[in-house]
Write a protein that binds this ligand. Structure first.
Ligand code: MG
Length: 158
C-alpha cells in the first residue's frame, strides 16, 4: 500500500458585506472572506492538500480566479471536483487535519459542524477530519480579524 501526504495553504481578507463561509459552514460573523469564489479558505486549503498529495495541478490552475465560471462559486463544488480527480487516480482519503488562524469569526463553536460538513464532502468519517482554530495573539497583518489563513494536511492511500 502506498501512502502520500499533501499540504495546502490559503489566505483571504475578511470584509464586511460578504457571507462568512468557512469549512463549508456559514458562520454568524459580520465580515466574510473576499474572493472570486465564495472565498472559503478552509476548503481551498483542503483542495490543495488533496491535489498536492495526488500530484495533480493545484486549485488555482484547475479553477482560475480569472474564469467567470467560478465567480461566486460554492467552494463545496470545487472540493467535490478535486475529490473526484483524486479518486479517479485510485486514491482513498485517509484523513485531513486543518488549522484556521484568524481573529475574525470564532472557530471553536463551529468545529463539530465543520468536521461533519468536510467529512461529508470528502466521503469520510468526521472523526478523520480535524479542525483547530488559532488566535494570532494580536500579531501580524491578520490581527484584529482582517483576514483568515488556513493550513491543511491530508493523507491519501492506494
Ligand atoms: Mg482561496
Amino acid at each position: 500500500m502506498t501512502h502520500r501526504v499533501g499540504i495546502g495553504f490559503d489566505i483571504h481578507r475578511l470584509v464586511e458585506g460578504r457571507a462568512c463561509v468557512l469549512g463549508g459552514v456559514q458562520l454568524p460573523h459580520p465580515s466574510g472572506p473576499l474572493g472570486h469564489s465564495d472565498g472559503d479558505a478552509v476548503l481551498h486549503a483542503v483542495c490543495d492538500a488533496l491535489l498536492g498529495a495526488a500530484g495533480l495541478d493545484d486549485l488555482g490552475t484547475l479553477f482560475s480566479d480569472k474564469d467567470p465560471r467560478w465567480k461566486d462559486a460554492d467552494s463545496a463544488h470545487l472540493l467535490g471536483e478535486c475529490v473526484a480527480r483524486v479518486r479517479a487516480e485510485g486514491w482513498r482519503i485517509a484523513n485531513v487535519d486543518i488549522v484556521i488562524a484568524t481573529e475574525g469569526p470564532r472557530i471553536a463553536p463551529q468545529r463539530a459542524a465543520m468536521r461533519a460538513r468536510i467529512g461529508a464532502l470528502l466521503g469520510i468519517d468526521a472523526q478523520a477530519v480535524n479542525v483547530k482554530g488559532k488566535s494570532l495573539e494580536g500579531l501580524g497583518a491578520l490581527a484584529g480579524g482582517t483576514g483568515v489563513a488556513v493550513q491543511a494536511v491530508c493523507m491519501i492511500v492506494r
